[in-house]
Design a protein around this ligand. Sequence first.
Ligand code: ASP
Length: 410
Amino acid sequence: MEKKKMSLPTQIVIALLAGIVVGLICYAAGLASFTASYLKPLGTIFVNLLKFLVVPVVLLSMIDGIISMGDMRKVGSVGWKTVAYFLCTTAIACVIGLLFANIFNGAGLFPVLHNAEGATWEKATSANFMDTLVAIFPDNMWKAFTNADMLQVIVIALLLGGGVLAAGEKAKLAKDIVSSFYAVIDKVMTFIISLSPIAVFAMMIWVVATQGPNILGSLALVLLCAYIGYIVHAILVYSFSAKAFAGVSPLSFFKGAAPAMIFAFTSTSSAATLPVSKECADKLGAEEDISSFVLPLGATINMDGTAIYQCVATIFLATCSGMRLTVGQMVIIVVTATLASIGTAGTPGAGMIMLAMVLTAMGIDVNMIMIIYGIDRLFDMGRTCLNVTGDISCSLCVTKWEGGKIQPKA
Ligand code: ASP
């Protein structure tokens, strides 16, 4: 008799709930340090595996996308339209994030919290614009790969993809190698993602057991603020652009994008969601060669949810540390959060690491991140969902701007 297998998102939701219950039991039994020593490492292994995937996935999928476009002029034209869409929507996201954070803050809804213990983060580099621009161009290909410097990896993919097109017939072997390795890495990705329920279960137990149930309650408000920002952005910006530029009604857009949104919500990785977003975008009617280019690029640099989160978190942490920000400082937040979100990799928790860059620019103590570390996953679910939705909407708009027809597939 054949057994019906539970879908991955269902498995993840069950793991999340079970993790909270077991976490509460461990908290009551005083087993916090046990969970930190023996359960958190399971989550770390999973995150390591995801990070390991990012470079090959971005590199291969982008080169593959460029090759499949077959014409350098088309890459240039699709490229600038895509980047323009990404930049505009990310800047709007920052403004929405700041608006709601200021409303919450003005109403005195942001509480002062205690530091969360036992967490670590990587310090981000400075947000100087020219430095950021120069740093995009690699001086050593392998260094870009080993540091997982995503902007450099994108430049490498653009150059190599362009080289393959320019070399014509002689590049046949290179083309075959790229598509063959891409198929392999796709299988590896599917396998690693299938392990995510175990990681979610272990991480949830650790979070609840070490932080206690109160941490979730006291952070509910800042979480609510971010989620209002995510939802307003999705409804205002994405359904508007899908309708106005691509002629897809908001209802059909969200219905078509739903599988990718749910997957992103549960996996918290834009990169891992790529195959699902590709399927959704193509079904909604995006041209396949355009979605092969826009989606991997979007999964790497287009992070509107991350931008909203970084703005909300910055205002929240500034308040927690007793700072009052001026309008000028808010403008700096918009610029740095836009840059930080571009530099954020499409992997779980990456946006929180880049938040350190925004905090440093604002003169806020980076140690404050500890306060929201414990519930980062809850922020991450929503922001990744929004990030992926933005990529799908962009692939539809660019298809239309390139003179293509939106032809939904059954
Ligand atoms: N997890 C997010 C993503 O993959 C990035 C982030 O942490 O903000 O899109």
